[in-house]
Design a protein around this ligand. Structure first.
Ligand code: AMP
Length: 215
């Protein structure tokens, strides 16, 4: 199965993608996580991407699309694309790439929560410094405060989860990424999952809409 997860920053795409990909044996490809890894390693790509990420803007299409193509060409199983595409340009690039690979998308999942909860969720999100696992002090805390349940390393707040950057990220989503909803609706690929409850409920909801699509 090949899926794209779409949605505003803070709607919980990453958490649902992490849980569902592990259950369904899919690769979880998060372009944001790959870029953060590149920054940590100090690669040329990481250096080029950092200022955009810190400002809450999108990294230029070409950089992210080349990086993604490398990953997809080497990916031998189904996957969830989490955070890509984020512009119409990227969506067209993905279409062409998947045409060449003869591996079309099965569905695009729009994850939604009420707008007023978005900032609250982002400012209370913590990420593991080492493995990137996602927690939330309000609705998904780690067992031991500040420590990752999975690998025991420290949990930190992402620099771009600070309130001033969040405002810019939401603006970027509205202007650049939201048009993808119509783009994929027209291709009859769009499914919607409500994530206003617990992550477990959202994963159940996702399974439901996927099985309805298959029928
Ligand atoms: P995320 O972890 O998905 O919230 O991504 C964090 C940041 O990485 C975003 O705010 C962007 O600056 C950058 N980024 C991730 N994916 C993309 C993409 N597909 N296109 C451009 N920038 C991206």
């Amino acid at each position: 199965m090949r899926l794209v997860f779409l949605g505003a920053p803070g709607v919980g795409k990453g958490t649902i993608a992490e849980t569902f990909s592990a259950e369904a044996g899919l690769a979880h490809i998060s372009t944001g996580a790959i870029l953060r890894e590149q920054i940590k390693e100090g690669s040329d790509l990481g250096k080029a991407a950092k200022s955009y990420i810190d400002a809450g803007d999108l990294v230029p299409d070409k950089l992210v699309s080349d990086m993604l193509a490398e990953h997809l060409k080497n990916c031998k199983r189904g996957y969830i694309l989490d955070g890509y595409p984020r512009t119409i340009e990227q969506a067209k690039f993905l279409d062409d790439l998947l045409d060449q690979l003869e591996t079309p998308l099965n569905a695009v999942v729009l994850v939604e929560i009420p707008e007023k909860t978005i900032v609250e969720r982002l400012t209370s999100r913590l990420t593991c410094k080492s493995c990137g696992a996602i927690y939330n002090t309000k609705n998904q805390p780690s067992e031991k405060e500040g420590i990752c349940d999975k690998c025991g390393h420290e949990l930190i707040q992402r620099d771009d989860d600070k309130e001033e950057v969040i405002v810019q990220r939401l603006k970027t989503y509205e202007s650049k990424t939201k048009p993808l909803i119509d783009f994929y609706k027209k291709k009859d690929l769009l499914l919607t999952v409500d994530n206003s409850g617990s992550p477990e409920e959202a994963v159940e909801n996702l399974k439901q809409v996927l099985s309805e699509k298959e029928e």
